[in-house]
Design a protein around this ligand. Structure first.
Ligand code: 1HE
Length: 259
């Protein structure tokens, strides 16, 4: 039986590849379970993850064929959504940076999955859409929170009502992508970014991935308090002495203008 999600280590970077290209990596129950299982299989040395899709598209979202065939009840589908939320939360809040390598369709639940990654590299072929409205359905994999926070709620309402399809450049402008790669190079670029991020202090990466989105859910005073707690843990962590020592002895790379 072919594995639905491939796991391949590149040093400290785990490459997870959705491996259902013949179905455009549509997410049925087996695919969701395979993503969950792949996260559970990550070796202890994993310091960054790249998430990619096999075939011509990153991910076509909910498996519409399965959904149509199962004729689920409202309660059944509520449970499906909660399972998507649980699995995608494991990516977003697992404490390990996840870099999405996007290409082709990143639509519906595919966009919900991409929005759970922390850094998104888009091949020029990438396009983003939330076609649920035009299909008589609704987002259920976290888009109302994750995508709305990236592009604003108003923009998401417009995208869903109109079925608007955004190309890679429009996605970049809205923050759905953070970088557009050279054609065909999204995976290579994502792996290079992941290798760099894997060099950061593990505790800093953990704090960035787990606390920032949570702090944005809090009131300003609670957020500031949580920030100071998180900083107290990170700034007194095990790597601070050695990393900041290189600043004191002037061997630390300076923060220079881009280019
Ligand atoms: C699928 C799916 C799918 C493809 N579920 N089987 N998502 C959508 O509305 C996207 C629907 N899909 C498409 O618009 C197109 O298939 C694509 C633009 C993604 C790809 O087009 P193309 O021409 O490259 O491939 P294709 O010929 O359309 O698809 C190849 C096969 O994949 C075909 O099966 P085949 O047996 O005819 O070969 C398709 O049926 C199959 N396939 N997409 C099932 N989505 C928790 S709620 C989340 C809400 C949502 O995600 S709504 C879904 C939004």
């Amino acid at each position: 039986m072919t594995e639905l999600v491939l796991l391949e280590m590149h040093g400290a970077v785990a490459l997870l590849t959705l491996n259902r290209g013949e179905r455009r990596n549509a997410i049925d129950e087996a695919m969701l379970a395979a993503i969950d299982a792949a996260i559970s299989r990550l070796p202890a040395q994993t310091r960054a993850i790249v998430l990619a899709g096999k075939g011509p598209h990153f991910c076509a979202g909910l498996d519409l064929r399965e959904h149509h065939g199962l004729a689920r009840s409202a309660v059944d589908f509520m449970r499906v959504c909660q399972e998507w939320h649980r699995v995608f939360d494991r990516l977003q809040y697992g404490g390990i940076p996840v870099i999405g390598a996007l290409h082709g369709a990143v639509v519906g639940g595919g966009l919900e999955l991409a929005a759970a990654t922390h850094v998104r590299v888009a091949d020029p072929s990438t396009y983003f859409a939330l076609p649920e409205g035009t299909k008589g359905i609704y987002t259920g994999g976290g888009a109302t929170v994750r995508v709305a926070r990236i592009i604003t709620t108003a923009r998401m309402v417009e995208m869903m009502l109109t079925g608007r399809i955004l190309d890679a450049q429009a996605g970049l402008t809205l923050g759905l992508a953070h970088e557009i790669s050279a054609p065909g190079k999204a995976l290579e670029t994502a792996l290079a970014i992941a290798a760099r991020i894997a060099q950061n202090a593990q505790l800093s990466n953990y704090a960035i991935c787990t606390s920032l989105a949570r702090i944005s859910d809090m009131s300003a005073t609670d957020g500031m308090f949580t920030e100071s707690l998180m900083a107290a843990v990170v700034q007194t962590g095990p790597e601070v002495q050695s990393r900041l020592g290189t600043f004191v002895d002037k061997t630390l790379a300076k923060v220079k203008p881009p280019g």
